[in-house]
Design a protein around this ligand. Structure first.
Ligand code: BEZ
Length: 387
């Protein structure tokens, strides 16, 4: 090769390498797919705020790289999940997906993430399958599996000596799987679920079902509702006069982020969850203070899960110094992190789901106050995950 030809070849090689080098030094593209409208809108906003708070606390960078956000409102509508997630994967070409709240939508996201080998961090949706049969190296969760809070509430209800329970929820994956977890623990503890009631998501016409509860007179009712639907259910349960006669238990979503709107109707309600507002640890106190200062609003479990999603991503990016081409090292570091969460430290299971303490809480004023550890270090069984 002549000297000018060698020069031209070198220039061409440098030109080709430029986009790759730029790709490892420009911003990391984070695709937030969350509900910003509908019954779960507040949950989506809290997750986004929690995620951004952690990034802001790190000086706006993770693994030495700026973060650029892309957003899609998934409307908690599973029928739009594939189109919505493809806006982020194909149109915006994000490096990592963060979403979502609704289990049905998250199942669509997980399928697309697997097919496109896109990194996915689930900051709420508990669909058991995501860290069960659909588990994969590119998928982790910063929240819970639906089985976990159902199971821990069943443990507590059985310990309290209740024998006959009725359950009530929305008829979709989150409701059905949470009730399944509750039933498993409650019946193992000597109780019996005498009837499961449900209605379509996000329907809030509870009256006929409350009449049925009144007629059957179980010892206890277990409910899974969240967001706007939880506000309405707790108020209707109280207005129907049931709260005085039939204790209402729930996974903590029943009263998380909702207490202001539920007012007197929620006072004293006991639930279990992997977070309690009043956890008196330096980590939780600092987080709540920082969140309140930044957003003029109290943090809730959804904010914690968003914050921890950013912590998990941050751990992966730090391990590879922001170099996304080192994918195996990145995902390995994300999965073996010990997250210093406001909820308490937790690790991820082999399937990528938090192994965490579940707390018994009681609603007092606008806080879900810590009462005791209901189940220590609860790991989802990850049925069907082959990793
Ligand atoms: C879910 O669909 O997985 C879900 C939604 C709100 C709160 C908890 C779980």
């Amino acid at each position: 090769m002549t000297a000018p030809a060698r020069l031209a070849a070198a220039a061409l090689a440098a030109l080709c390498a430029a986009p790759a080098a730029f790709a490892q030094s420009g911003p990391i593209k984070v695709g937030l797919m969350l509900p910003y409208t509908g019954t779960y809108a507040a949950l989506g906003n809290m997750i986004e705020n929690g995620f951004k708070l952690y990034v802001q606390e790190q000086g706006g960078k993770l693994g030495g790289r700026e973060i650029e956000y892309f957003k899609v409102d998934d409307e908690s509508d599973p029928s739009k999940a594939t189109d919505n997630v493809n806006k982020l994967i194909k149109r915006d070409q994000v490096d990592v997906l963060v979403g979502t709240v609704h289990s049905g939508v998250a199942l669509g996201m997980a399928k697309a993430a697997k097919e496109n080998n896109t990194l996915l961090i689930v900051p709420n949706a508990g669909a058991d399958a995501i860290t069960g049969p659909m588990c994969g190296p590119n998928i982790v969760r910063s929240s819970f599996s639906n089985w976990q809070p159902g199971y821990s509430t069943g443990v507590v209800a059985a310990q309290k000596g209740y024998k006959r329970a009725m359950t009530i929820t929305w008829n979709y994956a989150a409701g059905a799987e949470t009730v399944k977890g509750f039933t498993e623990a409650f019946e193992k503890g000597g109780g019996k679920v005498i009837k499961d009631l449900n209605l379509p998501f996000p329907n809030v016409e509870f009256q006929a079902l409350l009449t049925e509860i009144a007629a059957q007179k179980p010892d206890v009712v277990f409910a899974f509702f969240a967001g706007g639907g939880a506000v309405k259910f707790v108020k209707d349960y109280d207005a129907a006069g049931l709260r005085k006669t039939i204790p209402l238990f729930g996974s903590g979503f029943l009263t998380d982020g909702t207490l202001e709107a539920q007012g007197a109707a929620a006072q004293g309600l006991q639930t279990t969850l992997h977070y309690a507002d009043s956890l008196d640890t330096p980590r939780n106190n600092a987080f709540r203070k920082s969140f309140a200062l930044t957003y003029k609003q109290n943090a809730d479990v959804y904010a914690v899960q968003g914050y921890d999603a950013a912590q998990i991503l941050g751990a992966g990016l730090a391990a590879v110094k922001g170099d996304l081409s080192k994918r195996d090292a990145l995902t390995a570091a994300m999965r073996k992190v010990t997250v210093d969460s406001p909820r308490g430290k937790f690790t991820l299971s082999k399937a990528g789901n938090p192994v965490q303490d579940m707390y018994l809480r009681e609603a007092k004023g606008v806080n879900n106050e810590f009462r005791s550890v209901a189940v220590k270090g609860l790991a989802d069984p990850a049925r069907g995950c082959r990793l």
